[in-house]
Design a protein. Sequence first.
Length: 300
Amino acid sequence: MPYLKSIKEIRSVIAKYIKNNTKTLWLDTEVADYDTRNPKLSLIQVLDDGTDLTGESVYILDVLEQPEVVTEFINEIMINSSIEKVFHNAKYDLRFLGKKKAKNVTCTLEMAKKIPYHILPLPNYQLKTLAVELCDFKSVDKQQQSSDWGIRPLSEEQIEYAYLDCIILAQVHSRLLEITQKTDFDAATEDLSLLGEKYAELEQQWKFLKSEFEHLQERIKLAMQAQDLSETPHFKLNSYERTTTKVPFSELVRLVENQNVDLDFDITLTKDIQKNLGDNIEQLAVDVSKTNTIRLISKQ
């Protein structure tokens, strides 16, 4: 579990990944002042051996106040399309590591979301939830996640937390790949007869459950209102007021013309609008696009 602080040490690790033609890296970041307008990248944690459970292959790169080495990491690793970079909730990490320039990025959060709920029935897709439910981790302590990553020196607990995340990430990634492969199917060879029978069976169950669910939902809502309760051990009533602002189109046109307002956007011409325009529609620069929608209709 090398904890590297100097630019020379960090550059040597980057060079090692390039020289060894590393195929996959499992990465995480820790950010200082994450809840402010000026968050700063503090650590980059990197694992190059997905089977490592000891942490010996994890490098913790201390990049706080070292923008030049972060830029080098982005240019050599993040933009390198030959290296797969695995993150959990990659959108967050990419804010600090190349943004849209990053290539060949895999996000385990998005992988988990794409697996149907009946196959992966989880309350959420947080990394700790996936680790406990899919892997052999009994529990995952995320207490240090919100600690101060801008202080130096870092505490032993922070360093321990930092290197564990990569190990957990690699194990979760492996399990998600297994589940995804099992759920893959070839549409060209599907047995439509078997699928149709299963669909018909589930359709009836779904109709009954949906009806009962909606009925119970309405009874609970009415009962809570009648008993003047905003919250129970199982539910919470949430009310909100929706405000809609409308204006006659002619008034809007008059305002734009008289006040010289820069207001230009596309308007979808509904069938009624097209009918009212009549032949005048030919005087407009109309952009027509067509979409093909396929619906599955049960014949039962």
